[in-house]
Design a protein. Structure first.
Length: 142
């Protein structure tokens, strides 16, 4: 029996620190290796999970899910990666934060909201949420 990687949409911040050789890149590779997935689409969005928490971007995601439902092979997973501290988008929208823990808690809240949105609007797609910190990556949801 052959092994098939799951078809995946990856959403992460367009932060330059995800570039090869930069500090967030190794964690990104670790996540993708652990999830054993084939990233079919990577529409980077400011703030990662924040993409699913604003009406302006939610509309675009509803359209993307409609189109994804017509594609073969079917999209099976949505992996969302938030990073902290220092996510410029989340800090611009909700900051300044009194502490790194406050920023981390906001990221956890956004990941939960994103999972709820996906569960409601695209229940056939498995949501997986990660938080990446200087200490490493941690699967939060999924």
């Amino acid at each position: 029996m052959s092994h098939h990687k799951s078809q995946t949409i990856l959403v992460r911040c367009p932060d330059d620190r995800y570039s090869p050789g930069e500090m967030l890149h190794a964690g990104l590779k670790e996540i993708l290796n652990c999830e054993d997935c084939l990233v079919r689409y990577e529409p980077n969005g400011f703030g990662g999970a924040m993409e699913f928490c604003h009406p302006e971007t939610q509309t675009a995601w509803l359209w993307r899910f409609k189109i994804a439902g017509t594609l073969e092979p079917k999209i099976q997973r949505l992996i969302v990666i938030n990073h902290t501290p220092g996510c410029g988008a989340v800090c611009a929208e909700f900051g300044p934060f009194a502490s790194d823990d406050d920023e981390k808690n906001k990221h956890l809240e956004l990941l939960s909201q994103a999972a709820e949105f996906i569960g409601k609007h695209a229940p056939e797609i498995q949501f997986i949420g990660y938080l990446q910190t200087p200490e490493g990556v941690k699967k939060i949801i999924g």
